[in-house]
Design a binder for this molecule. Structure first.
Ligand code: HEC
Ligand code: HEC
Length: 191
């Protein structure tokens, strides 16, 4: 009788979602690459800490349903609910753990700054510490990750949410690298 009652209670708790997995449990599998708090520990892997929650939520969904190509198989578990995705996005967005310094090339940063003003500042203002038109924050993002992603946009391997073609029109791979150096050299968070 007691067991039956307990089982019934457990079912009620589960079905009402009171036992939703804590965020630390959900993100355990992510930590080997994105760190415990979203500070990436691997090469070519984006930092997730301090990123906009709405952007992370969209991306988690797209990485989970194949809407965005990924080098990581089964990147986001199919079992995650909409609530899980939201909780994880909020968790990383709230984290202000410091990111490791990156070495950037001063000449490339200067060249990148020119392209930044002309082509990127509209949607990635304040040197990438702010966002317009749903753009992600880029200041202090992983250098090699940004190099790869801009190339993926240009080649069409990664689709834009909306057309950003104009931003990259006529930019050579060397120009794209320069803008990546510019963003990577910036302090990530607003003071
Ligand atoms: C084996 C390493 C690895 C693991 C494990 C991993 N990721 Fe990633 N993640 C990457 C890499 C590399 C990228 C860059 C894009 C790509 O290749 O998919 C990325 C990209 C992302 C992005 C896009 C960020 C942006 O700025 O657009 C999000 C969000 C993300 N991962 C979340 C997660 C979450 C949540 C988990 C755990 C469920 C996880 N990842 C597990 C390596 C990993
Ligand atoms: C018209 C607005 C707009 C302009 C201009 C723009 N971006 Fe973006 N950018 C976005 C949006 C929106 C996204 C998110 C796209 C997506 O996830 O599909 C994005 C994503 C990115 C990403 C991927 C970040 C990540 O975490 O995965 C990089 C890198 C990037 N932009 C670099 C640039 C560079 C470099 C320029 C200038 C040469 C630029 N952008 C100009 C709106 C813009």
């Amino acid at each position: 009788m007691l067991i039956k009652t307990l089982a019934l209670m457990l079912c009620t708790v589960l079905s009402t979602g009171l036992l939703a997995a804590p965020v630390e449990t959900l993100t355990q599998a992510c930590a080997q690459c994105h760190g415990d708090t979203g500070v990436s520990t691997q090469a070519r892997t984006p930092h997730l800490n301090g990123q906009l929650s709405d952007y992370l939520e969209d991306d988690l969904r797209r990485l989970g349903n194949g809407g965005r190509v990924s080098t990581v198989p089964e990147h986001i578990p199919k079992s995650w609910t909409a609530e899980d995705v939201m909780a994880v996005a909020d968790f990383y967005a709230a984290s202000r753990s410091p990111r490791p310094a990156q070495s950037t090339d001063a000449a490339l940063v200067a060249k990148g700054a020119v392209w930044y003003k002309k082509r990127c500042a509209d949607c990635h203002p304040d040197n990438g510490r702010e966002s317009k038109r749903d753009a992600p924050l880029l200041a202090g993002q992983n250098l090699d990750y940004m190099k790869e992603q801009t190339r993926a946009f240009v080649s069409g391997k990664r689709k834009f949410v909306f057309l950003m073609d104009d931003a990259f029109r006529g930019l050579s791979p060397a120009d794209l690298d320069a803008v990546a150096h510019f963003f990577a050299s910036q302090e990530p968070f607003k003071k």
